[in-house]
Design a protein around this ligand. Structure first.
Ligand code: MTE
Ligand code: MO
Length: 345
């Protein structure tokens, strides 16, 4: 893993390790704002409060007994790719690997909200994590909290997840229970969930109203769905390859819709279609591959560009914003093509 900070841990996955359909836990990126909270699973209760007919305090045992589902979902940090923005912006200097895919098992949020009985005037849901800390030099601590409109929260796919790749949720990923909001940037998927509150107004906490917004002089828009994006996982940047045919592999995803196509471009040649590989799953990345003919020796640039079924395509250049979110510019790797003899030495 590429470590940006150890305390709290913030680390990303080397791009070469992102080529599988499911990322092993040991290779799944970690993004923590505060210290990881110590939680006693036996004493843990999920508080479901606010505009509900019946306030709940669910133990882990009770939650696990409710109907569950397993979904393969890709999480991407909104700051992924931040380090390539120009002019440079502050924040964790993520390269391209703050994205990973896991099989998440949990209870659909809708099941828990049904148990609590959402009152008609409720319009929004707030998820609170057990982790706390100060931000921007402030004196008092805040919790990590995020809101979702009730409409987005009830769309059926949101999970209260207690298992990842078939194992109990690891501490770094939110033990004992986290939210998984498929298709959204990772910030929506609150870890170490302690409370769910139903309200009649949009949430305006720090990680909603101040951070995780596309800010520029002209606009301030909330970060929501993952923008369409692809990565070349093979060959890696700087690789030496023999002349002739080579295989190019990668992944592509989009929060708005499944991937419709991925195109690659070799050197100055135009774009041509890659093959999509494996199942098409609504909320997980799609693997793809293409055969390229590296005809001449020297440095050559390989690029990939994805388009989703909603018609969104990756831009050539990133659109700058103050905190460096949502960089989905086309990924290019440079390889050097050598004569076969040189490679055998
Ligand atoms: N409670 C809590 N939940 C959180 C965070 C956090 O710091 N605290 N980070 C968020 C962000 S910004 C991302 S990208 C994802 C990262 O999830 P992971 O560490 O499991 O990869 O968790 C989200 N949920
Ligand atoms: Mo994030």
């Amino acid at each position: 893993m590429l470590i940006h900070r150890t305390d709290p841990l913030n680390c990303e996955t080397p791009v070469a390790d992102l080529g599988e359909s499911v990322t092993p836990i040991a290779h799944f990126y970690v993004r923590n704002h505060f210290q990881v909270p110590a939680i006693d699973a036996g004493a843990w209760k999920l508080d479901v409060a606010g505009l509900v007919g019946r306030r709940l305090a669910l133990s882990l045992r009770e939650l696990i007994r409710l109907p569950s589902e397993t979904r393969t979902v890709t999480l991407e940090c909104a700051g992924n790719g931040r380090r390539y923005l120009s002019p440079a912006v502050g924040g964790e200097p993520w390269g391209r690997g703050a994205v990973s895919t896991a099989e998440w098992t949990g209870v659909p949020l809708a099941v828990v909200l049904d148990l609590a009985g959402v009152l008609p005037m409720a319009t929004d849901v707030v998820f609170r994590g057990a982790d706390r800390g100060t931000v921007d030099g402030g004196a008092s601590e805040i919790s990590f909290e995020r809101g979702l409109s009730l409409e987005a929260a009830l769309d059926g796919a949101v999970l209260l997840s207690y298992a990842m790749n078939g194992e109990a949720l690891p501490v770094q990923h939110g033990f004992p229970v986290r939210v998984i909001v498929p298709g959204w940037y990772g910030v929506a998927s609150v870890k170490w969930l302690s409370a769910i509150e139903l309200t009649d107004h949009p949430f305006a906490g720090y990680y909603q109203a101040t951070k995780y917004r596309y800010e520029s002089d002209e606009t301030s828009e909330p970060v929501t769905l993952q923008r369409v994006k692809s990565l070349i996982t093979e060959p890696v940047d700087g690789a030496e390859l023999p002349r002739g045919e080579t295989i190019i592999r990668g992944i592509a995803w989009s929060g708005a819709a499944p991937i419709a196509r991925v195109e690659v471009s070799i050197g100055r040649d135009g774009w041509r279609d890659a093959c999509l590989v494996g199942e098409r799953r609504r909320h997980s990345w799609q693997r793809w591959e293409a055969i390229a003919d590296l005809g001449r020796t020297g440095n050559i640039e390989i690029r990939a560009r994805a388009t989703d079924l909603a018609g969104h395509t990756q831009p050539e250049a990133a659109s700058w914003n103050r905190y460096g979110y949502g960089n989905n510019a086309v990924h290019a790797v440079s390889v050097s093509v050598v004569g076969a003899k040189t490679l055998r030495i």
